[in-house]
Ligand binder design. Structure first.
Ligand code: B12
Ligand code: SF4
Length: 442
């Protein structure tokens, strides 16, 4: 069977573009196990007329996200119009969150971890079967070591993938799946609550394979919660340190403050971790309690100090417009960000994903300020609140949220701090662009 897998572009240009790991896993499994002819088009990077290209395929799979769902639906419609016999399948975080079939142009949706459930579907379709159940739930994969290493030879423009680390090619690595914490704003619809870890030796084998076969220079750990199992995280670091592969490693998807120890950070440094992220979300304890995120502020300050001592760059994520946010709580968040003093701070508007507790809270008591069924076309630097709950004032939130980037970054001390983190020309350009955005936009 000829299968085309598409990662549609977003409505907002992406600053960081990494090869889509989910689609790569799926392509690798299909081509090896189901004897399929598979191609991947990443519309963010590849300059291809997808609608004409799709005519040559029997099955089209889309990786859907909040920012590309509208584009995915448009492409599916055009592809079906040209070729009504083609089968269209949607997978990825967006359909997993919403859980429903939105359009007659989509034949199947695959919820959750799609590697083996999609493989089964493809096998059935190849044998001429037409499965009647159109919404396919995936079982969470117990033994993650059964998934073959991602094969990046599917990408024609592989060397274009770069994170803000400035090295290329840069890819993602999963060492575990799942997170047991109950943060109300977080969607667990793909990997769930149960943490499943890989064999550390298998992980190191994958890193070596990536470096040796594809010349990978940078890796971002995409786990929901790297560090949750400390012994496991330390083991990975020790094995990586032994190999001395020279590859830059980041943990930008975030570590929980309570799971971080100085020992873990030391091991990470020895393993060539350059950057980590921490999710603080708010400087107001009442808001944190409400969204079920426990943060020990003093421990967070210690963590940033440890990272600075060890030479690890640390970036902190904050969310604005959470339930109960107002002028005072946003000011508290900004004040804490300054006191915490990470190298970088990001202030994102809270996004109410379907299926989350936050989403249900808004359904019950509040109002969405965007058409959530159609995804989202606002990006990282947007400060328009996305929902309102009783007692919240969107004008006030927007006005105070806008100050955060400016007040955090436009300080001489901070500008020097950022300059000292830069390691190459690409990073320098990226910083200048971000700086110009902050000056112009806020
Ligand atoms: C790395 C990452 C990024 C990177 C980009 C990665 C890239 N490809 O360029 C950056 C930092 C740029 C980023 C940005 C954003 N991200 Co992000 N990101 C991630 C992260 C950490 C890892 C993604 C990943 O590769 N996972 C590993 C792979 C294996 O999983 P997967 O892609 O989900 O694929 C599996 C299934 O979804 C499914 N599947 C996927 N595609 C397909 C296709 C078919 C046909 C089938 C059958 C199945 C299938 O099977 C796969 C294998 O099991 C995830 C969290 C996570 N741990 O997954 C969040 C996540 C994907 N991001 C999320 C969000 C919200 C964002 C932002 C909107 C943040 C913001 N506020 O601006 C932006 C949006 C960017 C955009 N324009 O779309 C949400 C998505 C929610 C949603 N409903 O869409 C997630 C799930 C985090 C979360 N829990 O909230 N992100
Ligand atoms: S925000 Fe982080 S810690 Fe909280 S549930 Fe999601 S992945 Fe886990």
């Amino acid at each position: 069977m000829r299968v085309l897998l598409i990662y549609p572009k977003s409505r907002i240009p992406d600053k960081i573009i990494l090869p889509p790991l989910g689609l790569t896993y799926i392509a690798t499994i299909l081509s090896r196990t189901a004897n399929c002819e598979v191609e991947i088009v990443d519309e963010r990077i590849d300059d291809v007329d997808i609608i004409s290209k799709a005519k040559k395929y029997e099955l089209i799979g889309f990786s859907t996200h909040i920012h590309n769902i509208k584009r995915s639906l448009f492409l599916a419609h055009m592809i079906k119009k040209n070729n009504p016999d083609v089968r269209v399948v949607f997978g990825g975080p967006w359909v997993s969150c919403t859980g429903f079939l939105k359009s007659k142009d989509v034949d199947y949706i695959v919820l959750g971890e799609g590697e083996f459930s999609f493989l089964n579907l493809v096998k059935k379709l190849s044998s001429g079967e037409k499965p009647k159940i159109r919404i396919i739930s995936s079982k969470s994969i117990e033994n993650l070591d059964n998934i073959p290493f991602p094969d990046y030879s599917f990408y024609k423009n592989f060397s274009s993938y770069m994170s803000n680390e400035g090295v290329r090619p840069h890819v993602m690595l999963l060492t575990s799946r799942g997170c047991p914490f109950p943060c109300t704003f977080c969607t667990k619809k793909v990997f769930g609550y149960r943490v499943r870890i890989r064999n550390p030796k298998n992980i190191i084998k994958e890193v070596k394979y990536l470096v040796e076969n594809f010349g990978v220079k940078g890796i971002d750990i995409a786990d929901d919660n790297f560090g949750f199992n400390k012994r496991f995280a330390i083991k990975i670091c020790e094995l990586l340190a032994k190999e001395k592969l020279g590859v830059i490693i980041n943990c930008t998807n975030g570590l929980r403050i309570e799971t971080i120890t100085k020992k873990l950070l030391k091991k990470m440094k020895q393993a060539n971790f350059h950057k980590i992220s921490i999710g603080i979300e708010s400087g107001d304890i009442g808001i944190l309690r409400h969204v079920k995120k426990r943060i020990d502020f003093e421990k967070a300050i210690k963590v940033v100090k440890w990272c600075r001592e060890l030479g690890i760059i640390v970036q902190a994520f904050f969310m604005l417009g959470l339930p109960g946010d107002n002028k005072n709580t946003i000011k508290k968040t900004l004040d804490f960000a300054k006191r915490l003093n990470p190298h970088y701070a990001y202030f994102h508007m809270a996004l109410p994903f379907p299926g989350t507790e936050l989403y249900k809270e808004i359904l019950r008591n509040g109002e969405f300020l965007f058409d959530i069924d159609n995804g989202l076309d606002k990006g990282y630097f947007s400060h328009e609140p996305l929902f309102i709950l009783p007692g919240m004032n969107t004008g006030v939130i927007e006005c105070y949220a806008k100050r955060c980037y400016k007040e955090f970054y436009l300080r001489p001390k901070k500008i020097f701090d950022v300059l000292f983190t830069l390691r190459n020309f690409n990073q320098f350009i990226w910083s200048i662009k971000s700086f110009v955005t902050i000056v112009n936009k806020f």
